[in-house]
Write a protein that binds this ligand. Structure first.
Ligand code: SF4
Length: 356
């Protein structure tokens, strides 16, 4: 998608206005939101843009290929100690029995020390009550708000059950995800605005479409940065107090500063453990400073923490504790290696497939 000079300068003006609205309503702090996956597999697997719909993914990730609880808890502890927020706990549809999901959610919230957000599809009222002690908000993966486009792109994931869930989810904060670049028009913003107002949303997570091989969108470039900024800035101007989170990827990380400038509170979907301390992570931190924001925590340096002691204090069972310690060592070793490599060669790019 190309932009004329006229539309580029209009977006610039819009972004300036959105930045001012942001500053009138929030402090300059921003954060990295870590999305914690419970499984790489999705039982639905029919959304046309999603890598979980590709054959390659289905072969590689069998339905029983769930993430280990230890790595989920390691991520929760890293979030706590590195100043990251847990964007939400998520996973493919119908992967775990509800008792298991509630128990994992309890443990993640215990390790993190706060109630968390859930993005687990449509949850019944009875099940929501079971999650309530550990969960502050629920997320609906709406993906696109235009009904016709939604029907084409997510044929088996209708919007209505999510809307119903928002209606009965009293006492929970509410959020939605939306992907920019699926074919929506700027005029669809009206529909988005109506949805936000109707359901009194507290938060929205935006993503830029990522072209995935083997999907309908494999030849798409994804939205331009200007187009992506347009959606964030327009939402910020119309909803000054709404929490806006902007997704990035290992390929689009250079636009994080621009997305914050357009009024996003935070960024997410950066593969921050794999790319911890790398050139990409440093670039994000530098750009945050350039747009006069301050990052809570760090994606480049490890705080002094006695990790074993932290894990001891979590009150986990003996075997789980040992597994978490072991897994933590693996995570830390990779993060330290990145830090060392960056010291030797700060221009080195580390390749990372952020899907896996
Ligand atoms: S977008 Fe979500 S529901 Fe759709 S295939 Fe991907 S993981 Fe499954």
């Amino acid at each position: 998608m190309s932009f004329s000079m006229d539309s580029t300068s209009k977006t610039k003006e819009l972004v300036q206005k959105a930045e001012q609205v942001y500053r009138d309503n929030f402090t300059n702090e921003c954060w990295y939101g870590r999305c914690i996956f419970l499984s790489w597999y999705c039982d639905l697997g029919t959304c046309k843009f999603c890598f979980r719909s590709t054959q390659k993914h289905k072969i590689k990730f069998a339905p029983d290929a769930q993430r280990t609880l230890s790595s989920v808890l390691v991520e929760a502890l890293l979030c706590k100690k590195l100043g990251w927020r847990i964007e939400f706990l998520t996973g493919g549809y119908r992967i775990f029995p509800i008792e298991t999901l509630v128990e994992i959610t309890r443990l993640v919230s215990k390790v993190y020390g706060e109630k968390i957000w859930l993005n687990l599809g449509v949850i019944s009222l009875g099940d929501l009550k079971r999650f309530k002690p550990y969960v502050k908000g629920i997320v609906s993966s709406i993906e696109t708000i235009n009904p016709k486009l939604h029907q084409q792109v997510c044929p088996d994931k209708p919007i209505e059950p999510y809307e119903k869930m928002f209606e009965y989810a009293a006492g929970f904060k509410k959020s939605m995800t939306i992907v920019i670049g699926l074919g929506e028009k700027k005029s669809d913003f009206k529909l988005l605005a109506e949805f936000i107002t109707k359901h009194k949303l507290d938060r929205i997570t935006f993503y830029a479409l990522k072209p995935v091989k083997g999907t309908l969108f494999e030849k798409s470039d994804g939205p331009t940065t200007e187009d992506y900024q347009w959606w964030i800035a327009t939402t910020r101007i119309n909803f000054p107090k709404l929490e806006l989170i902007a997704g990035t990827t290992a390929r689009r990380y250079e636009e994080v500063g621009s997305l914050l400038k357009a009024g996003a509170n935070a960024f997410t979907k950066f593969p921050a453990t794999k790319l911890f301390g790398t050139r990409a992570a440093h670039k994000i931190e530098q750009d945050i400073v350039i747009v006069r924001r301050k990052l809570r925590g760090s994606i480049t340096s490890l705080p002094k923490v006695n990790w074993n002691k932290e894990i001891e204090n979590l009150g986990l069972g003996q075997q789980l504790k040992l597994d978490v310690k072991e897994k933590m060592e693996l995570y830390l070793a990779r993060m330290r290696k990145n830090i060392d490599e960056y010291e030797i060669n700060p221009t080195k790019n580390i390749k990372c497939n952020d899907d896996e």
